[in-house]
Design a protein around this ligand. Sequence first.
Ligand code: AMP
Ligand code: FE
Ligand code: FE
Ligand code: ZN
Length: 286
Amino acid sequence: MAQVDLHTHSSASDGELSPSELMALAHKLGLSTIALTDHDTVAGLAEAAQAAHAHGIECIPGIEIEIDFEPGEFHLLGYGIDPQSAPLLDATQRLGNARHERNEAILELFANAGFQLDTIKISELSRESYIGRPHLADLLVKARCVRTRQEAFDRYLGKGRPFYIKKSCLPLEEALSVIKAAGGVPVVAHPYSLFVSKSMLGTLFSRWKDMGIEGIEAYHPTAKFGQCVILERMAHERGMFVTAGSDFHGKARPECGLGRTAGNMAIDSCYRDALVSALSHPAAQK
Ligand code: AMP
Ligand code: FE
Ligand code: FE
Ligand code: ZN
């Protein structure tokens, strides 16, 4: 049984491993397909494609974009995107600028609260364009204000905590048009993070389908396996395809092992096949 992973992060966003290291690990674990879906950036895709080729692995270029939504978090995956797409690069640039402003504002909150972090420049937190709360959390760990990245989120940076500042995100329509302009197929990531009831999710699935979203990431390690099966059924009832991923970030999230999803299930290549068939479907390219 071929094993795959359709949701991973590299050091181009907030993952631990470089795209090359990620592909080397995938090779070591015997995975046949990896989709790299870094937050708000395509900066890791070229290296990922090259490394995947060297290891004989299929690499599906992707991205994960946060969408304006309340009460929870809405993440939209885009698969099969062209990393050179001008509208896509324009959007990632704007998202990067918005992040930069927000990071500065959060650092100011740190400073006002008396945290001694001012010797560290924000530009040194990551070699890539994406710098986010995970990097700020690491700063707090380095300054010994907290022991772990998770503790930094739980005490300071998570939604509703004292140093949380809302990030400006893309409206759904805009994210969809950017992904489609890049030749990609949009898939809603980990729907339970939207924090709405199941009946509301059903309503949203139907609305998304009408808007041109064809896929749902039903399987994600943060949800119970049985709950994922329910999502899979809800998606299939609406004629949507289903994907599965680990949301691999490296050591920072040990519960998300590469190639494994909810219930520690090894991710079967049938989920890759459903995605690839949508990628080759002309309706998806509109
Ligand atoms: P940002 O895009 O800067 O808001 O950071 C979002 C990223 O921070 C997510 O993709 C996760 O990797 C991480 N994150 C968000 N909330 C939490 C949390 N409560 N605990 C741990 N990590 C989190
Ligand atoms: Fe992340
Ligand atoms: Fe996500
Ligand atoms: Zn993710």
